[in-house]
Design a protein around this ligand. Structure first.
Ligand code: SAH
Ligand code: SF4
Length: 395
């Protein structure tokens, strides 16, 4: 098989510089090209006028500039927006833009499907198909900016925050995600603040321990339970990396950052499972010496799951117990009912390699859960129903 040409959109500054030195060029060419691609949105080498003709010719022969393709577009009345994009493996993944006050948050996918099978997650129920490439991850930021008119001269940059809370477990696609977040934070590319680029993880401990060598992006941790028995029952990864080890690894990562920052603990509230007052008290104890902010996410229902969202009063009580214990607690609001899909509830269209979809469908049918045919289920989730969650919140 012919060797694949490098995709310029997915090269971090270091890798771009290495490419130019291989071509016998000055490293500052890397900055010029990055600005053309990521700041001006220019994808045609021929239009990059400050690059010599001969170098452009050389690049035409040796590199690619390839974006993932938008295949569906769901604008919402409230300014939120969901796009379905097709990646090289043929799978479809989703990204969501949520404007809010002065900021605009883009929720980005890192994998087509997910292998970790958390019991409350629509992506997890799909199984795993493939890792996204660096260009497919960064390409989501590029596409969102383009779709929102952000490459036009003098245009407002609407994407101010990126959260890796779309489909997939970012730290199981480690190398690509590290390069992608570094491109997002690079001043020659998107120049986003390290406080505004957040990797959300279910707790892949060895990867959290490696992160500090590669990036200083912000971290959110999906905890969802205050003890190992409960967490293992809803998040299989906990059997491998229990809560104590996870919190230690996060503490070390945060301690290595230059500035003072706190991780966000995400806690999806599921009726009758992890939403009792006792769970809130236990959580306050577990986190007593772990500086963090807590983000409560009311469960977003989807077919194939018979979990339910707790009532507002249960959510309120849970929050109050944590607040009284001294934590800053936000509750993720839901909106944009008209376009569907919350971060963490995204499904796209994934050719499952793990046969997990089939297993879940079968189990759901046996258990009498609302298991539509696969096609109906995808259409349902892609086109309507669910709510859009936002990272910010009501205090
Ligand atoms: N794999 C990563 C990031 C993607 S999920 C992780 O697990 O952190 C983004 C967030 O949405 C996670 O906190 C996840 O637990 C949560 N989530 C998943 N399914 C959900 C659902 N149905 N309702 C509410 N939150 C959900
Ligand atoms: Fe994967 Fe995150 Fe969903 Fe768990 S919550 S299955 S880790 S995407």
């Amino acid at each position: 098989m012919a060797e694949e040409r490098p995709n310029l959109l997915g090269l971090s500054r270091d890798k771009m510089k290495a490419l130019f030195s291989e071509l016998g060029e000055k490293p500052f060419r890397a900055q010029q090209i990055m600005q053309w691609l990521h700041q001006r949105g220019e994808l045609e080498l021929n239009a990059m006028t400050d690059i010599s003709k001969s170098l452009r010719g050389q690049l035409e022969q040796s590199v690619d500039i390839r974006l993932p393709k938008i295949v569906a577009d769901y604008p919402s009345d409230d300014g939120s927006h969901k796009w379905v994009i097709e990646v090289a493996s043929g799978s479809r993944v989703e990204m969501v833009f949520i404007p809010e006050g002065g900021r605009g948050t883009l929720c980005v996918s890192s994998q087509a499907g997910c292998s970790l099978d958390c019991s409350f997650c629509a992506t997890g129920k799909q199984g795993f198909n493939s890792n996204l490439t660096v260009a497919e991850i960064v390409g989501q930021v590029w596409l969102a900016r383009q779709q929102l008119g952000g490459f036009e001269q003098g245009a407002e940059r609407k994407v101010s925050n990126v959260v890796m809370m779309g489909m997939g477990e970012p730290l199981l696609n480690f190398e690509a995600v590290m390069d992608a977040v570094n491109i997002m934070m690079d001043d020659w590319a998107y120049g986003l603040s390290k406080r505004k680029v957040t990797i959300s993880t279910s707790g892949v401990v060895p990867a959290i321990r490696r992160m500090k060598e590669f990036t200083d992006a912000s971290l959110a941790v999906s905890l969802h339970a205050p003890n190992d028995a409960l967490r293992s029952s809803i998040m299989p990864i906990n059997k491998r990396y229990p809560i104590g080890e996870l919190l230690d690894a996060v503490t070390d990562y945060m301690a290595g950052l230059q500035d003072k920052r706190m991780p966000v603990i995400e806690y999806t509230l599921i009726k009758g499972i992890n939403d009792h007052r006792q769970h809130a008290r236990e959580l306050a104890q577990v986190l007593a010496s772990f500086p963090c902010k807590i983000n409560l996410i009311p469960f977003n229902p989807f077919s194939l799951s018979d979990y339910q969202r707790p009532s507002d009063s249960v959510i309120g009580n849970f929050r109050e117990i944590l607040q009284r214990a001294g934590f800053t607690v936000t509750v993720r609001t839901t909106r944009a009912d008209d376009i569907g899909a919350a971060c963490g509830q995204l499904v796209g269209d994934v050719e499952d390699q793990t046969r997990r979809q089939q297993r879940h469908l079968k189990r759901a049918q046996q258990g009498g859960v609302n298991a539509n045919s696969e096609k109906e289920r995808r259409t349902e989730i892609l086109a309507s129903t669910a709510n859009l969650a936002t990272t910010a919140d009501r205090f």
